[in-house]
Ligand binder design. Structure first.
Ligand code: FEO
Ligand code: CA
Ligand code: CA
Ligand code: CA
Length: 619
């Protein structure tokens, strides 16, 4: 039942939103399809939790063999060759592609999963998380490089459960798999290295976080925190400035990688770091096809790559740059998508215009093109050509006066009405002096969500390629019972409905928004574990946020991905036992999820969640 406080809270949201920018916009309304599950409350423990009537199958864990013949996983004997044939570490983005291609099968498909990074202190015994360098030898480094990247896994739903098929589609990409470079910056002098004098072929993918799916059946893999691979200092003044803008250099991250692979040393390879921070396109249905880094989409810490069609058929990709005070970008293809021309569609993301968002306090949003020769993007400012702009996307956006946001994470478009939602996860460095309409809170510890309306949205003919949108604050996260937090939601958050640090999100086939969180160590402050929430209607209560999933302690929740029938939800539980747990590790983890075997550490894993009666998730 809605309480009086819920009602007042709802009114306060409605009253607050126009002052937060966008009085002309229609108020956000959840999908009319009801959310019928019994919501979970806030808590934290070593296990995962689901509403009554739901079950989770552990489908893929770090180390699970993908090609059949290998011996089973043993944490006591990690070797790089076996790791390269096994499911990787820290599963993040998930994409489900029905099989056969072009079908809508919800019982047979290819699951594409990103493996973002490694946690050595949970992979090997006896390591001190704060002082790893001395323990990371060449063999362990090679395991790490084989454990990140991407997995393509064929799966079938048989006799009430999903099964991994060790078939010909299964594939692992690692930090050492060959990837082509395409688009306007391919071959650029600043992408050439001693290993690749052509600037067109790079060894591997680094820190793939979120992603997206194209209408032509390929997966987009977003390289995010690539800076962690690189150590040392560059002697080239121009590249030193460029690297500094991306946080590349010094001894952050994984400095031992440079001991065994000189390409990660900035004093040896001044351009190698420029070859990461791109969106990578991969065709999961073509196991022999090379993945491609798409330079037309710009270089930054891509959280994800939300791909939609504009009303005229041009292809649009929204992508946030996940760091404090960074930007939201949009790519629009020059040519149109044609369902009857699959070969031509493969080149759509190589030719188009990248733009960056300027949010205005009157509720309008301007997409400002990153186009060579226009405005400040000229040789006088160090941009000799479009390739320079794409390699130094952040600096180009700085010069264009784009809006500095509170860590843009995932972006998703409601497939039913074209409204676009951007998750901003937090930014505690925001001050009252730097707060603005789109980032209204100083010391933004809990994050917020912006809602973007292209012309025609909400509706069925939406112009995602337009130069101007409208926007509003959708929700300010945090606990609404603590007024100092300034949280507001378009709906009741009674029970476990309020959330912090939105990260990944997805729409289900009924158009309901599902939001996964990554609090990092912030769960110590909220007092509860990360999870998955849904925004929808709940009978007489009206609009509600409901908690659907609770992760084991120290994990973030990634992925959310539904089968086309909405009856299976794939969720990625990343780094169980890691965040906010100093003094724990392989030997004394805070959880041994999902195996709870005393001989095994916790393992990142993908869950396949179903209703006991086989019905649609959330109904
Ligand atoms: Fe890899 Fe922004 O999360
Ligand atoms: Ca993320
Ligand atoms: Ca998503
Ligand atoms: Ca994250």
């Amino acid at each position: 039942m809605p309480t009086r406080r819920d009602f007042i809270r709802y009114l306060s949201v409605a009253a607050a939103l126009p002052t937060l920018g966008a009085g002309r916009m229609p108020a956000p309304r959840p999908s009319p399809t009801a959310l019928r599950f019994e919501a979970l409350h806030h808590a934290v423990d070593a296990h995962h939790h689901l509403p009554r009537g739901y079950r989770a199958q552990v489908l893929l864990r770090w180390g699970d063999r993908l090609f059949g013949a290998d011996t089973p996983f043993s944490a006591k004997s990690l070797d790089p060759a076996t790791q390269a044939r096994s499911f990787g570490y820290n599963n993040d983005f998930i994409a489900y592609f029905p099989y056969p291609p072009g079908s809508a099968s919800s019982t047979h498909g290819l699951l594409c999963v990103n493996h973002e990074y490694t946690h050595p202190h949970l992979m090997w015994p006896g390591l001190d998380r704060g002082a790893l360098d001395g323990d990371m030898d060449a063999q362990r480094t090679a395991v790490e490089l084989a454990a990140i990247g991407h997995s393509v896994v064929e799966i079938r739903f048989i006799d009430g459960a999903w099964q991994v098929v060790p078939g010909a589609f299964n594939r692992r990409l690692t930090a050492q798999s060959g990837v082509d470079i395409t688009g306007p910056a391919a071959g650029h002098s600043r992408l050439r290295t001693s290993e690749d004098p052509t600037g067109t072929h790079v060894a591997g993918i680094l820190n793939p976080c979120g992603g997206g799916k194209t209408p032509w059946g390929t997966v987009l893999i977003a390289e995010e925190n690539f800076h962690v691979a690189f150590s040392g200092e560059t002697r080239d003044a121009r590249e030193a400035r460029n690297h500094a803008r991306y946080g590349v250099g010094g001894r952050r991250g994984y400095p031992w990688w440079g001991r065994y692979h000189s390409r990660y040393r900035l004093d040896r390879e001044v351009h190698e770091a420029n070859r990461y921070g791109w969106v990578v396109e991969l065709d999961p249905y073509a196991p022999a096809a090379a993945p491609r880094k798409l330079t037309a989409l710009g270089r930054f810490k891509h959280e994800a790559a939300d791909c939609v069609l504009a009303a005229d058929g041009r292809v649009v990709v929204y992508s946030g740059d996940d760091a404090p005070f960074e930007y939201l970008y949009r790519f629009v293809s020059r040519r149109r998508y044609r369902a009857d021309q699959p070969a031509a569609n493969r080149a759509l993301l190589d030719d188009g215009e990248l733009a960056v968002a300027r949010f205005h306090a009157d509720g309008s949003l301007e997409w400002v093109a990153l186009r060579h020769g226009h405005g400040p993007l000229t040789a006088a400012n160090g941009f000799a050509d479009q390739g320079d702009i794409l390699i130094e996307t952040r600096r180009a956006a700085d010069l264009l006066g784009a809006t500095r946001l509170d860590r843009p994470e995932d972006v998703e478009t409601n497939p039913l009405d074209g409204c676009v939602y951007a998750m901003l996860t937090n930014n505690t460095a925001r001050t009252a002096a730097t707060a603005d309409a789109a980032n209204p809170r100083a010391h933004n510890r809990y994050g917020h969500i912006l809602r973007l309306l292209p012309p025609g949205a909400p509706g069925t003919s939406v112009d995602h390629a337009a130069d101007e949108f409208e926007w509003s604050v959708f929700a300010l996260m945090g606990n609404p019972d603590e007024p100092a937090q300034g949280a507001t939601y378009p709906g009741s958050t009674a029970g476990g409905g309020w959330l912090a640090n939105p990260d990944n999100c997805a729409f289900d086939p009924a158009g309901r928004l599902w939001i996964a969180t990554d609090q990092g160590a912030n769960w110590r402050a909220t007092g509860y574990a990360d999870g998955l929430w849904a925004w929808g209607q709940d009978g007489a209560r009206g609009a509600v946020f409901k908690r659907f999933f609770r992760a084991p302690v120290g994990a973030e929740v990634c992925g959310p991905e539904f089968t086309p029938d909405g009856r299976t939800l794939f969720l990625a539980v990343q780094h169980p036992g890691a965040d906010g747990l100093p003094g724990t590790g392989y030997d004394n983890p805070a959880t041994r999820w999902p195996d709870f075997d005393p001989d095994l550490p916790p393992r990142p894993a993908v869950l396949a969640i179903r209703r006991d009666d086989g019905g649609s998730i959330g109904d």
